[in-house]
Design a binder for this molecule. Structure first.
Ligand code: ATP
Ligand code: MG
Length: 569
């Protein structure tokens, strides 16, 4: 490709709404173009990258025995009513009506459609297991679309689904997919980690997310500094020692003055107690119902765990107005005497004795509160956010640490959630009808493109891993007015094209510095500069990822380049 013919305009300025480096560089390097919030076009260079990621995904999945299908984006609401997700998906689902006023949606994922296909096509255990995947545009009306390709409202996903007769077969496929994912992301040049995760709306129990480690990641990954335990903070557990207080006597509960003391810190200081002697009581709105959520004062609630525990669609903290309406006093909320809302408590509350809690009147707190004497609690749940430095839940000695991660993929053991809802069955060897067991496997193809940039960039631009670079080589004649330089540049270009090397010739009549800037911004892995050295039979080669330049004899340049590309693919 000749640069002068490329449909490309690089930009000096970052887009105003860009917060992360991939958004800035993808836009400045002319790879994507915004249409509206969370909706982007891919321009030629960007689309080449996207296709390369797709090819890697396809190659590895086909190798692992999965078969590609292509399912509709436009889906009838009925199917989602059958699974119960027409309501459950909430505002994230893009809904529409056809001319007959029938409800449709634009697929945010495809469990329903694939299960519908499989229930119609497969009858016998003889046809199982099967693993089908597609690479398809997905639609999710995200609450906060941002970071361009990282969190779009329209984005490209690889979604795969496997169907089995038994758990062992699902486990085998899960491991196979895990390995395929390792190969895919390694080939994409990424540094990543598989972490235990929350299964969210998709359902199922066992799930791992593949996290690309990067500062800009929206997820927090908790990992052990000693063993290989790693989990999304949404799911992470820890080992905390809760002192056993059963032998402490219960003291008499009293309402005491705490003028203007509202926070845990203020109250505990005022009453000369530790924060761990207090009870934190928060009001949450859980799918339109209010809950009082209790945890020991020095800990925080993990809203995802709470949401899962209550099997809810939306969980959010109540507003000041809501609190007022419930007859509660912000800053003085506590469980004693509460009858109009449900109460749920974290495990850390269990071993508390004689603690401080809100008095439900302004400027007052209770001291010496004890559950099941002063108010009732039947059960305790893990709804706590772990803290750094706490003990690893898996090994003896490890401490928990944290890093930021971008979720590029996720694998789930779904079990029978969808096959039961949609009655997807097969006949077993005895001729009995059973529900199939399902796995599902996603990759954010477009997000992976952004993640690759988050991990591979410098102040001058993108540093594409060879495997997904839009082109491998750029040839820059230093002076396009110099006939000899142009002749050599053109010869190398022609030979490279014959050798199927992906190459761009920067034939534009611009200063060399200007062209170097563009080459660095776009991130071609190899830059060949044809300059004054041609008189001595030499050109200069530089890898985008390295500092040094190498002088190479013109007659060796093709083989040298080809070998280096092959090494890095
Ligand atoms: P997230 O937690 O980031 O919202 P998710 O858990 O909802 O993602 P999945 O349903 O597991 O996502 O989808 C599979 C993959 O699709 C994710 O691992 C992620 O890489 C990608 N993905 C999900 N939502 C988006 C989005 N809005 N924009 C781009 N990629 C996305
Ligand atoms: Mg996910």
């Amino acid at each position: 490709m000749k640069f002068s013919k490329l449909f490309l305009k690089t930009l000096k300025e970052n887009p105003k709404d860009a917060e992360v480096i991939s958004h800035k560089l993808l836009t400045r390097a002319g790879m994507i173009k915004r249409l509206s919030s969370g909706v982007y076009s891919y321009l030629p260079l960007g689309y080449r990258v996207l296709k390369k990621i797709q090819n890697i995904v396809r190659e590895e999945l086909e190798k692992a025995g999965a078969q590609e299908v292509h399912m509709p984006v436009l889906q009838p609401a009925e199917l989602w009513m059958e699974s119960g997700r027409w309501e459950k998906m909430g505002a994230e689902m893009m809904r529409l009506k056809d001319r007959h006023d029938k409800d449709y949606l634009l697929g945010p994922t495809h469990e329903e459609v694939i299960t519908d296909i499989v229930r119609k096509e497969i009858n016998s255990y003889k046809d199982l297991p099967v693993n089908l995947y597609q690479i398809q545009t997905k639609f999710r009306d995200e609450r906060r679309p941002r970071f361009a390709l990282m969190r779009g409202r329209e984005f490209l996903m690889k979604d795969g689904y496997s169907f089995h007769t038994n758990e062992a077969s699902l486990e085998e496929e899960y491991q196979k997919m895990h390995k395929a994912y390792n190969r895919i992301f390694t080939r994409c040049g990424l540094i990543f980690r598989a972490v235990e995760a929350d299964s969210g709306n998709i359902g199922g129990d066992i799930t791992h997310e593949i996290m690309v480690l990067a500062e800009s990641g929206e997820d927090e990954v908790i990992y052990c500094d000693s063993c290989d335990y790693a989990a999304n903070i949404e799911k992470a557990e820890s080992n905390i020692s809760m002192e056993n207080s059963t032998d402490i006597d219960e003291l008499e509960m009293k309402l005491v003055d705490t003028p203007n003391k509202q926070t845990i810190a203020e109250v505990s200081e005022f009453l000369k107690k530790q924060e761990s002697d207090t009870l934190k009581a928060l009001i949450y709105k859980v799918d339109e119902e209010f809950y009082m959520v209790l945890i020991r004062g020095d800990y925080d609630i993990n809203e995802i765990k709470l949401k899962n525990r209550l099997n809810a669609t939306e969980v959010e903290q109540a507003t000041d107005e809501d609190i007022e309406k419930l007859g509660l006093k912000k800053g003085y909320i506590g469980p004693v005497g509460i009858t109009n809302i449900k109460i749920i408590a974290d495990k850390t509350v269990k071993s508390l004795k004689n603690y401080i809690s809100g008095g439900n009147v302004k400027d007052k707190h209770y001291i010496n509160v004890n559950h099941n004497r002063d108010y009732k609690l039947d059960e305790f749940f893990d709804i706590r956010k772990v803290k750094l430095g706490e003990g690893c839940p898996r090994c003896e000695s490890g401490k928990l640490n944290s890093a930021r991660g971008i979720e590029v993929g996720q694998i789930f053991k779904l079990g029978r959630k969808y096959t039961e809802a949609l009655n997807c069955t097969y006949l077993n060897e005895e001729g009995k009808t059973n529900h199939m067991i399902m796995g599902c496997y996603g990759i954010g193809v477009s997000r992976t493109m952004a993640a690759a940039i988050e991990q591979n960039n410098d102040e001058n631009g993108i540093i594409w891993p060879m495997s997904i670079a839009p082109y491998h080589v750029i040839i820059i004649p230093a002076n396009v007015k110099d006939d000899e330089q142009m002749r050599v540049a053109n010869t190398i270009y022609d030979k490279m094209k014959k050798e199927n090397i992906e190459v761009v010739l920067d034939d534009r009549d611009e200063r060399p510095g200007f062209k170097f800037k563009d080459a660095d911004l776009i991130g071609f892995p190899i830059k060949i500069v044809v300059g004054k050295g041609v008189t001595a039979g030499k050109v200069e080669l530089k890898f985008r990822s390295e500092d040094d330049k190498i002088e190479i004899e013109i007659e060796n340049i093709i083989k040298y380049t080809k070998d280096r590309i092959a090494e890095k693919l």
